[in-house]
Design a protein around this ligand. Structure first.
Ligand SMILES: Nc1ncnc2c1ncn2[C@@H]1O[C@H](COP(=O)(O)OP(=O)(O)OP(=O)(O)O)[C@@H](O)[C@H]1O
Length: 122
């Protein structure tokens, strides 16, 4: 297997700009996942409900912060799925465990968001 040479490491402001570009590329990749698009709809839907019910700035900030945590966990879960699919094109127990654990992590954050929204709105 041919090994591609790594580009030289960037430092200082160039590193900061490059990292922002990598994150944007990650966001574009994540946007191809239907689960991610549904999670964004959940956050936006709850945001509208919070605004209609006159939630405080702190409550809206809490929702947005939890939404960012959900995006972060979904990004890591997608990274894990990409690796697992590459390592195990067929069925295997480790692939199943890894994907199920990733799903659990996402489900926990969605549970935290639903709990938070329930507490704010009740
Ligand atoms: N290669 C595999 N070997 C064994 N089980 C697998 C494999 N790929 C997927 N699974 C099982 O199928 C489930 C769904 O996997 P799939 O790849 O369809 O994820 P997904 O539904 O796209 O996840 P998400 O909604 O988080 O994107 C996994 O949680 C796992 O239990």
């Amino acid at each position: 297997m041919a090994v591609e040479e790594k580009p030289p490491r960037k430092t200082g402001p160039a590193h900061f700009l490059a990292a922002a570009g990598y994150s944007l590329a990650g966001l574009r990749r994540l946007a191809r996942e239907s689960a991610f698009r549904q999670e964004i709809l959940l956050i936006l839907g709850l945001l509208v409900v919070f605004l209609v019910f006159g939630a405080s700035l702190a409550e809206i900030g809490g929702l947005l912060a939890l939404g960012l945590v959900l995006i972060a966990v979904e990004a890591l879960n997608t990274a894990l799925e990409v690796l697992v699919d590459h390592l195990s094109p067929g069925w295997s127990q480790f692939a199943r465990d890894a994907k199920d654990l990733g799903s659990l992590a996402v489900a926990c954050v969605i549970g935290a968001i639903v709990l938070f929204a329930g507490i704010v709105l009740i």
